[in-house]
Design a protein around this ligand. Sequence first.
Ligand SMILES: Nc1ncnc2c1ncn2[C@@H]1O[C@H](COP(=O)(O)OP(=O)(O)OP(=O)(O)O)[C@@H](O)[C@H]1O
Ligand SMILES: [Mg+2]
Length: 510
Amino acid sequence: MEYVIEMLNIRKEFPGVVANDDITMQVKKGEIHALLGENGAGKSTLMNVLFGLYQPEKGEIRINNERVNITNPNIANDLGIGMVHQHFMLVEPFTVTQNIILGSEPTRKSGKIDIKRAEKEIRELSDRYGLKVDPTAKISDISVGMQQRVEILKTLYRGANILIFDEPTAVLTPQEIKELIEIMHALIREGKSIILITHKLKEIMEVCDRCTVMRKGKGIGTVDVKDTNVNELASLMVGRKVSFTTEKTLANPKEVVLQIADLFVKDTRKVELVKGLNLEIKAGEIVGIAGIDGNGQTELIEALTGLTKAESGTIKLRGKPITNLKPRKVTESGIGHIPQDRHKYGLVLDYPIGENMVLQTYYKEPFSKGTILNYKEIYKKATELIQEYDVRTPSAYTKASALSGGNQQKAIIGREIDRSPDLLIAAQPTRGLDVGAIEFIHKRLIEERDKGRAILLVSFELDEIMDVSDRIAVMFDGEVVAELNPEQTNEQELGLLMAGSQVNGAGENQ
Ligand SMILES: Nc1ncnc2c1ncn2[C@@H]1O[C@H](COP(=O)(O)OP(=O)(O)OP(=O)(O)O)[C@@H](O)[C@H]1O
Ligand SMILES: [Mg+2]
């Protein structure tokens, strides 16, 4: 038989939800097999079953035609299965090599760990697959893209033949995505097989051979990618037609809400990354920041939200200076923030999702009186938001950590929009969301704009910037180098500006 992996009639339940209901997925040797489905459909769960993190209640798994019992990840490793998780699992203060060998350290005769040998082996592996990883670098010093490659190397070092990637491109920049695709092709050439979870349908069309579709815990079927298209894939997963263009009327900008003048901000390593930035956003408009990662976007947002102190310059909200206020004061002055890193700043994972829905307002009426929390009001509000934003969870009392990645994100977006801030900062708001949810969130952002909010959108997805923004500010080397009307520009021009080239006429729009 030609299958390297067969997952047959898998069932996996959690309290209140059947995450996998009779799922069958068969992967051929040497293929890139996509696993597609809405947020909460059960994709990560199915892969965690394959990797031995969860035990299924029913069903069987076969590897190269032999029935196996994968009761823990070590057994998965021994069977040649490796997984690159949705949220990485690296130890930050350790080096690349220390992370990779953790748990399977090579030793000398004396019993001591042989770091040099490991470094050499890792360097060889890295060269063979074009990963360009430095085995001696510290995890905390390398980019997210590089960290992901360390996760890939970790699986290869343990001899993986079957690699599972859970939404690997969600955290990458467009350039890093191109490189990852090359790496995946190199892996296939060396005889590996790949399972790829992604919400980006274009990616599936570009790199995958076949695609298995799930919807609400059930298997919808497997299609040959060459016989399908983006629209069909979308309707298979969502169960209805999805529109890919965002309908919107012209903006009607009013008074200035946010005013940033001559702002300078340093990053955590004291390197100046925002260098004299000027930008204004008016009520009733969406300004999209286009820029390659590392040009000061993160530091700009951190300064706006009070997470980092500005070195100099001023930030005003409706004419009032808010420069260097504490995060809670910033929130109270009227700024909402959908953070880029949802685990670091967005949620308290150990708390119920319901309580996470009032993280900024729990200390106020009606959610508390004095120091006493009013849980009835808190859960009433939470239940409303959960419905409105289609946050799929068994209940409002479920811990945030038990929600799927995309549903965690929808919860944060709902919470931040609902507070009706004067200024909403949305950093990579649709990262990890399925096509249906993206459509919904874009609509909501435009509705908020039309209610007179000012919206700052930061995204690496140029499609999103072009579709949703009323004005595009290109950020390069810590400054806004051009402001463009999305109707009068294109991806080529944006790409050049983002890379620091001068383009004739740019910056004269608006
Ligand atoms: N550890 C857990 N405890 C309880 N419920 C869980 C747990 N992990 C997942 N679930 C539930 O199982 C269902 C499927 O979740 P899963 O993470 O597999 O979805 P997904 O398809 O990967 O979605 P996404 O695209 O958002 O990542 C969801 O309803 C989720 O809330
Ligand atoms: Mg998932």
